[in-house]
Design a protein around this ligand. Sequence first.
Ligand SMILES: C[S@@+](CC[C@H](N)C(=O)[O-])C[C@H]1O[C@@H](n2cnc3c(N)ncnc32)[C@H](O)[C@@H]1O
Ligand code: SF4
Length: 442
Amino acid sequence: MAPSISQDLLDVSRQAVPRYTSYPTAPHFSADITAADYGTWLRQTGKAGKPVSLYLHIPFCRTICTYCGCTTKAALRDDPVRAYAAVVHDEIALLHQHLGPVEVSHVHWGGGTPNILPPEVFADLVEDLKTRFRFRPGMEHAIELDPRHVTHEGARHLASLGITRASLGVQTLDAAVQKAIARIQPLERIEASFDALRSAGINRINADLMYGLPLQDLGSIRETVGHVARLRPGRLAVFGYAHVPWMKSHQKLIKDEDLPDAKARYAQARLARDLLVEAGYAEVGIDHFAEPEDDLSLASKAGTLRRNFQGYTTDEAEALIGIGASSISRTPFGYAQNAPDNHGWRRRIEAGELPIVRGRRLEPDDIRRGQVIEDLLCRFETGETAATPEIQDRLAPLARKGWVELTGNRVVIREHHHEIARVVASAFDAYLGAGGRHSAAV
Ligand SMILES: C[S@@+](CC[C@H](N)C(=O)[O-])C[C@H]1O[C@@H](n2cnc3c(N)ncnc32)[C@H](O)[C@@H]1O
Ligand code: SF4
């Protein structure tokens, strides 16, 4: 049974640390990395002949949910979305010039809300990608969907274009919480989305849930998890609400007094986990769950789970190429980020340039620390030689509490304390404290 939540554990869980979907993390990217550097990395990646993954960012939604931490903006009409898609075609052509006709092993459409793309616009983009690159037969082709806009016709269209996996933003089914986050989607809407996807043959479904939202309590977590577990998505993510109003000004609409405190957040995260495990899901990493026979659970068990900008994945490609404003690419040589604003991104592409504004060349020390951090977040343990005496000193208070085990230079996060993996990982972060404000660890 999970131990009770002590004040010490709460103090640790309140620490502001990065989410570690990359290392070094994005606040430590710099303008030293230019389009020329990225162009060289892409050409080397293309020449290596290994398959790559693609991430396409569609930064538009019909309305903005007050809690949203994603890079997106409201588009009530289709015109800006169509104009954006036209520039994505140009970016695909530019990338193709550098990469050549590489094999693609994984495609992910994220946002924002990719199902805002008009059907023929989406079809043209998929066709363009297929023409320029070689889609590996049977590859995963995933999309994030806002359930408020999922229809039977839309789902059939996605299936006809080869979409194999859909991720639905459920967040919460509590009507009062939905009102507080400006996102009304009753259970019937969620059920209809599952039904539309499954009828169209898209059976690999993820559901995103959240805790720590305004007005959320244990009762509402129990209700939401109960309903969603009955709908039986193959995978679930349970994200703690990241309240960063200094970065996302619309979050100022959320009243501080409505937010659960650290203790309530921790209890909500634990309850969601316990209920999902009771419902037969396996825990994957710090915040994902999957059916025991799902590839993600199998990778977690086999120790081959990976973590990238989209969270936990089975994707083994060394290069993840980001397309669209603000997207980040990872190559074996370093990270490169596209201009975050749609105008800046568009101007650069129209001038025939890769739209890179910053990045980070990977030094051997970054690669080593990044691997240890990925090990901690995916496997809750490091290799034999990870922790230097200085890092052991940093982790000693957590070891004294019995939350982590230090055996020689190896670190293991004890069972029932996996939630603090981001805090343990931060002990290995050479850049921590040198800029960037983060959200609470739990
Ligand atoms: C791009 S959105 C999902 C697709 C679609 N736009 C939707 O909302 O249904 C990705 C996920 O990020 C999570 N998310 C958004 N804002 C967040 C925040 N401030 N803190 C934690 N998770 C957040 C939500 O669970 C959301 O489903
Ligand atoms: S949560 Fe999804 S639908 Fe809501 S604003 Fe963010 S990206 Fe858009």
